[in-house]
Design a protein around this ligand. Structure first.
Ligand SMILES: Nc1ncnc2c1ncn2[C@@H]1O[C@H](COP(=O)(O)OP(=O)(O)OP(=O)(O)O)[C@@H](O)[C@H]1O
Ligand SMILES: C[C@@](O)(CCO)CC(=O)[O-]
Ligand SMILES: [Mg+2]
Length: 397
């Protein structure tokens, strides 16, 4: 057995083009190395069983393999089969899983499990993340990527490429989102910055180092699936009005792509594009009063432009820091007055990574066993052991 081992994938920021990306328009996104999801796969404590241990969402469940074998094995691995979906939902119901966060994570796990390793058993999947969950930073995509990567490693029949990891992660995103564009799983798989068009050309971008961002987490919960559905309803009700808005978002992303692809960014135009994109997202009703508050304050204090990121409706914004002089005051108001969380970050960093079984020493395993047992750990404690980078403790590859 090739366990234990660990996989990891980053969260992301969408700089331009969320929602319009679903309609084949251009979008630009970048990974965030410091906000990563980690999946530690070990042998299960129970015989013939599969255990999920997802403490971030307070979800723990063990299935006997005989229950999972009642679900048929998917033959087409590119779309969600409705018959298999029905079977999985029956298992979810019979397992008394009622919380939507738990249902989404379980549906994604079981679908990928049935596609990739339907006969494997005696496994425990422990997942923790340093990213806010359901907040626009691509947590669902990172979960899909770590699961896809881990299951392909367990399957051990073909060489694992990023394209295959991404293909199954996209299927995982379909389980959670319904109608994803594919940008979140792509950037989480490959890392770096990507200019993406569904059914079009994908290009990897090199970002300059002067892209300091402040992420603000409003703590307002929302679901990407529902926000995407709401935009779909608007689109179908008022196509003549919504189509030009989506086209304008496409033009914004194309313009931003051309600016970001040159060495000397024109930051004035970039700021205008961020403001325009935010205004168009507001017109699609995917903003939120918490987001508007952050935008107004960043304008008042002349920090730089603010835009929602991901599906909106609450969740997170990013502010491009153009003037640092009022930054401490900006953060103080956001944290102390509004009760939001702020994260200063840089864009980019590696995509999915693995520490295979043969690269984990007994000291590593002892440390991982202890880390994955603790609940509610601070981000820094997790980073100390798991974060890939120049001073990494594990041998990520
Ligand atoms: N750490 C985690 N543990 C378990 N499940 C998670 C975790 N992170 C994300 N998920 C799953 O992903 C779902 C959230 O996905 P959703 O797409 O709504 O938000 P997001 O991916 O954070 O934001 P966006 O898609 O806008 O970038 C949760 O309902 C849960 O099922
Ligand atoms: C809202 C959306 O555009 C971005 C979510 O991060 C959905 C998607 O592209 O899959
Ligand atoms: Mg998501």
């Amino acid at each position: 057995m090739s366990v234990p081992f660990i996989t990891s994938a980053p969260g992301k920021v969408i700089l331009f083009g969320e929602h319009s990306a679903v309609y084949d328009k251009r979008a630009i996104a970048a990974s965030i190395n410091s906000l990563r999801t980690y999946l530690y796969v070990t042998e299960s404590h129970h015989n013939s069983s599969i255990t999920l241990d997802f403490p971030d969402i307070q979800f723990h469940h063990t299935w006997d393999h005989s229950i999972l074998s009642t679900i048929p094995t998917p033959t087409d691995h590119s779309t969600i089969d409705s018959i298999i979906s029905t079977h999985i939902h029956k298992v979810i119901k019979a397992s008394n899983i009622h919380n939507p966060l738990h249902q989404n994570a379980t549906f994604c796990f079981l679908y990928l499990y049935k596609c990739i390793i339907p006969t494997k058993t005696n496994l425990q999947f422990k997942l923790i993340s340093t990213s806010p969950i359901g907040a626009g930073l691509g947590s669902s995509a990172a979960v899909s990527v770590v699961l896809s990567h881990a299951m392909l490693y367990l399957n051990n029949t073909a060489p694992i490429t990023k394209d295959i990891i991404n293909k199954y992660a996209f299927l995982g995103e379909k389980c959670i989102h319904g109608d994803p564009s594919g940008i979140d799983n792509l950037v989480s798989t490959h890392g770096g910055a990507i200019s993406y068009q569904k059914n079009g050309e994908t290009r990897f971008l090199t970002l300059s180092n002067d892209n300091d961002l402040l992420l603000t987490y409003t703590r307002v919960p929302r679901s990407t699936k529902i926000l995407v559905q709401n935009v779909r309803i608007l689109y179908e009700t008022l196509p003549d009005i919504i189509k030009p808005i989506l086209d304008a978002m496409d033009r914004i992303a194309v313009k931003a792509d051309s600016i970001l692809s040159t060495h000397n960014h024109n930051s004035t135009i970039l700021a205008q594009l961020i403001n325009l994109n935010q205004a168009l997202l507001e017109s699609l009703s995917v903003s939120h009063e918490s987001i508007e508050k952050i935008k107004l304050l960043s304008n008042q204090l002349k920090i730089g432009p603010t835009k929602l990121t991901g599906a909106g409706g609450g969740g997170c914004t990013f502010t491009l820091i153009q003037d640092k002089s009022q930054l401490p005051q900006f953060k103080t108001v956001l944290n102390d007055q509004y009760g939001f969380e702020t994260i200063e970050t840089q864009l980019g960093g590696p995509g999915c990574l693995i520490v295979p079984h043969d690269k984990l020493t007994s000291e590593h395993i002892e440390k991982l066993n202890s880390l994955f047992q603790k609940i509610g750990l601070l981000r820094e404690k997790i980073d100390d052991v798991l974060l890939p980078g120049p001073n990494q403790y594990l041998s990520w590859e």
